[in-house]
Design a protein around this ligand. Structure first.
Ligand code: HSE
Length: 436
């Protein structure tokens, strides 16, 4: 039985996890793959640390070019991250006829079409289970398990850092900045957490899922991306009182007008299973026309959960390496000549429900003015909450939940509401999804 030879580009947390799980479960894995899978070379700038991790088991070099041009290597595992050197090395590996496994969502969400095209031309596979939701086999589920379905929508908690922060804000009633500092101290958030907290990481993952769910090109530049940095503890509290939780959702939805691709804080009914996904865990809810709703839950990051996904890809490639390229699962689930050009809708064209919070003077007619603006904009109110002003106060908050409407309608109504003399400051708008 020929052993499949693997080269690791980068041996950080996930690389070390991959090395350890492959070693520990070697026998089971080769019984499944039909081949041994052996890491024969590692490229990492920190050669001394890499040697410490792999011992005398394989060669360690500090130049990835040596690895991607090594004729002994069948599969290159890219765990460097980013779009610079990683892109260059992935394209060189493909040009050299090697299969690629990558956990690099940023690279695939921005340059996926170019990379998949190069791989297709060369007859090699690029596998990326680890790029979306870490250890959850969501790519496998979407590309293969749900292949009979017309996928209607996907909604996922696909960033553990932000889910941890939101869980802490809700549990402890703390504000965003305080929880972020705590998350950094505990190692849940990176020293530079921008990609996570601004929703970029989740949008990379949502972009990849939208491509394989709907058979469209990978279009990160068209995704609407909002993070959680502006979210206030008061809205988490009001949402709770109305029976909702706020989660950072990645949403990909098919509509008659086009595809919605968006990441933003979202109110979801507290009774939904996905609303109860807490801490750094991930979950993805997929609605297919035949199967209905299916929910996938697990660890979205970490050394061994991510290694689990990387190794699943290695096994898939080991099984299919000798198959005709046309007999393999297409990179984006749909045959390359059957991709659709369905447009991705701008956020102004998105249709959803809304949570609106406004701070108002507690005077006769204020509510009537607000509701008449909404009615004039054909926005129907679903629920409302108004508290008595605190003792000695003359102002209060009004919270309204709307039925579904287009974003541009809501934006126009908000402008009019903010212009009312009895409305103080800005209206807070958070999108709401029933996920039913
Ligand atoms: N930083 C990501 C998260 C994991 O917090 O979920 C890698 O995408």
């Amino acid at each position: 039985m020929k052993s499949i030879k693997v080269g690791l580009l980068g041996i950080g947390t996930v690389g070390a996890g991959t090395f350890n799980v492959l070693k520990r479960n070697q026998e089971e894995i080769s019984r499944r793959a039909g081949h041994g899978i052996e890491i024969v070379m590692v490229a990492d700038l920190d050669v001394a640390r890499a040697k410490e991790l792999v011992g005398s088991h394989c060669e360690v070099v500090n130049d990835g070019n040596l690895l991607v041009s090594n004729p002994d290597i069948d599969i290159v595992v890219e765990l460097i991250g980013g779009y610079g050197i990683a892109k260059d090395l992935v394209l060189k590996a493909i040009a050299n006829g090697k299969h690629v496994v990558t956990a690099n969502k940023a690279l695939l969400a921005t340059h996926g079409d170019e990379i998949f095209k190069a791989a297709q031309d060369k007859g090699v596979m690029v596998a990326y289970e680890a790029a979306v939701a870490g250890g959850i086999p969501i790519i496998k589920a979407l590309r293969e398990g749900l292949t009979a379905n017309r996928i209607e929508w996907i909604a996922g908690i696909i960033n553990g850092t932000t889910n941890f922060i939101l869980s802490e804000m809700r549990d402890k009633g703390l504000d965003f900045d305080t929880v972020l500092k705590e998350a950094q101290r505990l190692g849940y958030a990176e020293a530079d957490p921008t990609f996570d907290i601004e929703g970029v990481d989740a949008a990379h993952k949502a972009t990849l899922m939208s491509a394989i769910a709907f058979g469209i090109p990978v279009q990160f530049d068209k995704a609407h991306v909002e993070g959680i940095t502006k979210l206030e503890a008061v809205d988490i509290r009001y949402a709770e009182q109305l029976g909702y939780r706020i989660k950072l959702l990645g949403i990909a939805k098919r509509t008659p007008q086009g595809i919605e691709l968006r990441v933003h804080p979202t109110l979801i009914p507290a009774k939904r299973l996905i609303a109860n996904v807490e801490g750094a865990m991930n979950a993805v809810l997929v609605q297919g026309d035949a199967v209905g709703a299916t929910l996938y839950y697990g660890k979205g990051a970490g050394a061994e959960p991510t290694a689990s996904a990387v190794i699943a890809d290695l096994v898939d490639i080991a099984r299919l390496a000798d198959a005709e390229p046309a007999h393999r699962v297409p990179h984006l689930a749909f045959q390359p000549n059957a991709m659709a050009d369905t447009p991705i809708l701008p956020i102004s064209e998105v249709t959803t429900s809304y949570y609106l919070r406004m701070h108002v003077a507690d005077k006769l007619g204020v509510l009537a003015n607000v509701t008449s603006i909404l009615a004039d904009s054909t926005i129907s109110i679903d629920a409302m909450l108004q508290k008595e002003p605190a003792l000695g106060e003359t102002q209060t908050d009004i919270i309204m939940l709307t039925h579904q409407t287009q974003e541009k309608n809501v934006e126009a109504a908000i402008k009019k509401i903010e212009a009312l003399p009895t409305v103080i400051g800005k209206v807070t708008k958070i999108r709401l999804e029933h996920l039913s």
